[in-house]
Design a protein around this ligand. Structure first.
Ligand SMILES: Nc1nc2c(ncn2[C@@H]2O[C@H](COP(=O)(O)OP(=O)(O)OP(=O)(O)O)[C@@H](O)[C@H]2O)c(=O)[nH]1
Ligand SMILES: [Mg+2]
Length: 450
């Protein structure tokens, strides 16, 4: 999959490499070719149109990074937009706070629902869950038996009862899951050749009865735009929460994978890459984009340049910290960066220089806390962000109201921020300050802790 598209894009970029600089003319020519390549890869025309528009706008609006050649600039933009089109980041399955979490697998006939139910049960059980499977396909005689066989092969339980009604079966299965302490119930549903009212009505009822946390649309990647169209219709009727794209191991042109997110607004959560039960993988937009562009060398150059830009920013921040110019606005930027990077704790624990700073080991980044702090800072005026000293009582009340927090929380943030500045000031004069002058901070975009 993606080979053809990948080849074509690489040819387009290769032609651009000969160009000395990026002009409107050669950019337009490249865009035309990219458009054709995407359409030939069976990407939905609306998605292609949006994509080309976005790339053009970015190419025009961007400050020219002198570190990049014209071809590299375009590749960078195309890569960023591809990732956006694929959903930006990995979308994970969600679980209910009140087990059992119910996941409903829906889709057209032969798309891979039953196989995927087995694969998913296996994946979840390896992650420490205890899934129960049930087939509510009462129409095809062998359908429930097919799932039972899969359950036996995997050594995982499948619920069955002599009921002839899908809703009754589903209810009984959920009761059984609750009674036997199973935390996830996977419901394999009947497929139809075409979307019809009867099927949809049944799925709607199942959804109403089970209140599933996930309604996963199982789509066959080999069917291209048909998969996209049916995903769209299922979503309209049923409100799907994600897509599992099967048969990604086939030689489809990839259009479905590239369009489904944009058309339905729902993320691809998993992909099936073979008939075996271990052939189910999380969907990583960035990796897929890199694979499509297939230019390991160019992409790594781009990443390095991006890192040095971040590095420069990081050095600027470090200087500000040491010279006590670190404003609330800088603080907010740093928090946003942090969120991108993940657990601070593990990063810091790798740096011996920070051993002496006591209590650091317990620094834990709490998503919600960051969100709250960012919201508080967002509610300040630019003047307040630049100079925290002017934030008096009435301003604090206004900020709390604006950010949906309390005055206490605003006070706490300001206190912490002031302490951090004070600490940095004393450090900059002391031993650590001298040491830090020489010490090169190894994580671009992330600040040494205060
Ligand atoms: N190569 C490949 N084959 C797959 C994949 N997923 C499912 N299949 C095959 O697709 C065929 C149909 O799979 P099922 O799981 O029975 O499909 P279904 O959606 O349950 O079908 P109905 O219940 O009839 O609607 C089987 O032969 C599977 O082995 C995949 O990711 N890759
Ligand atoms: Mg089936």
């Amino acid at each position: 999959m993606f080979e053809n598209l990948s080849e074509k894009l690489q040819r387009i970029f290769k032609n651009l490499r000969g160009e000395g600089k990026l002009t409107e003319a050669n950019m337009e020519a490249a865009l035309r070719e990219i458009r054709v390549a995407l359409l030939e890869a069976d990407v939905h025309f609306r998605v292609v149109r949006q994509f080309i528009e976005d790339v053009r706008r970015k190419a025009q609006g961007q400050e020219v990074l002198t570190a990049f050649s014209p071809a590299q600039q375009v590749i960078k933009i195309v890569r960023d937009e591809l990732i956006k089109m694929l959903g930006s980041h990995q979308a994970r399955l969600r679980f209910s706070n009140e087990p059992p979490t119910v996941m409903l697998l829906v889709g057209l006939q032969g798309s891979g629902k039953t196989t995927t139910t087995g694969k998913l049960a296996r994946m979840l059980s390896r992650e420490g869950h205890s899934p129960l499977m049930v087939s509510v396909d009462v129409y095809r005689p062998a359908a429930r038996e097919q799932l039972s066989v899969i359950g036996r092969q995997l050594g995982l339980p499948v619920f069955d009862a002599a009921a002839a009604d899908p809703l009754e079966l589903a209810r009984a299965a959920r009761r059984e899951a609750a009674l036997s302490g199973r935390d996830v119930l996977l419901v394999d549903t009947a497929g139809r050749l075409h979307i019809d009212d009867q099927l949809m009505a049944e799925l709607e009822q199942l959804k109403a009865v089970l209140a599933p946390t996930e309604v996963l649309f199982v789509a066959d990647a080999m069917t291209g735009q048909d998969a996209v169209r049916s995903a769209e219709e299922f979503h309209k009727r049923l409100g799907i929460t994600g897509v599992i794209l099967t048969k990604m191991d086939g030689d489809a042109r990839g259009g479905a994978a590239l369009s489904i997110r944009s058309v339905t607004g729902q993320p691809i959560k998993l992909v099936g890459t073979g008939e075996r039960f271990d052939a189910l993988e999380p969907f990583h937009p960035d990796r897929i984009a890199s694979r499509i562009l297939g230019m390991g060398d160019v992409l790594s150059i781009i990443e390095k340049v991006e890192q040095t830009i971040d590095q420069r920013k990081a050095e600027e921040m470090q200087r500000k910290l040491l010279e006590n110019e670190f404003t609330l606005e800088d603080f907010r930027d740093q928090l946003r960066q942090l969120r991108k990077l993940g657990p601070l704790e593990s990063l810091l624990s790798m740096i011996p220089q920070f051993g002496p700073l006591k209590g650091l080991k317990n620094v834990e980044i709490d998503e919600k806390e960051i969100t709250r702090v960012v919201a508080i800072i967002d509610s300040m005026t630019p003047e307040e962000r630049a100079n925290h000293m002017i934030i008096n009582g009435s301003r604090r009340r206004r900020i709390a109201r604006g950010s949906g927090t309390t005055v206490q929380e605003v006070n706490r943030l300001l206190k912490e921020y002031a302490q951090m500045r004070k600490m940095m000031k004393s450090l900059s004069g002391g031993l650590l300050g001298k040491r830090m002058g020489k010490f090169k901070w190894p994580f671009p975009g992330l600040q040494p802790p205060a």
